[in-house]
Design a protein around this ligand. Structure first.
Ligand code: ZN
Length: 255
């Protein structure tokens, strides 16, 4: 009996689409929810796909389930098994959105630290990239129990999901690195304000994104090379600071 219950639980956790009443197929996505599905999500799925297409991990044939599970029993099981906190998770080919969403306004309402508004397109793209990481490198390398180094795991989806904004004229990587190093280093639990909706992200997510951005945009490494590279996080971080200082002083000379 216990065994049957456990296997039922594992099945539901891995294949959640079976427990949701409403389903909508759209291109490479199957959206599942117990509530009526707002079709505006199609635009966001197209936009998230456009972001993911910039990744070397992009696979045009990959099929995703998008599980909208705010306020469901499924969400409670997920919280119980994996912990409360994240707005979303990726599991196999499931993009699991755990918080309330408003697709018409491109918003998800994060509640972890305080209630704030997250860009839902970024959130979808971030989780889609986690699916693709596991698909390319295998569940042995990418799973919640033995993931790659956190900055490599989380920095990459953060970087790709925000690539449009990072390529804009008024964005400066050196300024963002400054902002990161000026955080209160003595605080053990450090958070940093993200660009939209008043949300704060854990500082290590942010650090990861900056480091991936530095390695890919300045050092021209691929994600595959970054994963295979064994140079330590602190060595890369120091090199990034050195690059920032040299770039900033060049700037000072010009002006
Ligand atoms: Zn993530």
């Amino acid at each position: 009996m216990v065994l049957i219950m456990i296997s039922a639980l594992v099945t539901i956790i891995l294949f959640p689409q079976i427990v949701f009443a409403n389903k909508m197929k759209y291109k490479n996505f199957k959206v599942c929810s117990n509530d009526k599905i707002n079709h505006d999500i199609k635009i966001l799925l197209d936009n998230a796909t456009a972001l993911v297409q910039r990744s070397e991990l992009y696979d045009p044939d990959y099929k995703y389930n998008v599980i909208l599970c705010h306020n469901t029993f499924y969400n409670k099981i997920d919280d119980r098994l994996l912990g409360v906190g994240p707005s979303a998770r990726a599991r196999l080919n499931n993009v699991i959105i755990k918080v309330r969403i408003d697709p018409t306004n491109n918003l998800a309402v994060a509640t972890f630290r305080k209630e704030c508004e997250v860009n839902l397109t970024y959130l979808l793209a971030h989780e889609m990239l986690h699916c693709l990481q596991a698909k390319k490198y295998g569940i042995i390398k990418f799973n919640p129990f033995s993931p790659p180094e956190l900055w490599k795991l989380e920095g990459y989806p953060e970087y790709i999901a925000r690539k449009t904004q990072l390529s804009s004229k008024d964005y400066s990587l050196t300024k963002e690195i400054e902002r990161y190093i000026n955080l209160d280093n003595k605080a053990t639990d450090r958070w940093i304000l993200t660009e939209e909706g008043g949300c704060e992200a854990p500082a290590y997510y942010y650090k990861g994104r900056l480091m991936i951005e530095y390695l890919m945009d300045i050092r021209h490494m691929s994600y595959d090379e970054i994963l295979k590279d064994s140079v330590s996080e602190s060595t890369i971080f120091k090199a990034m600071i050195k690059w920032k200082d040299s770039t900033s002083s060049d700037h000072a000379k010009v002006f």
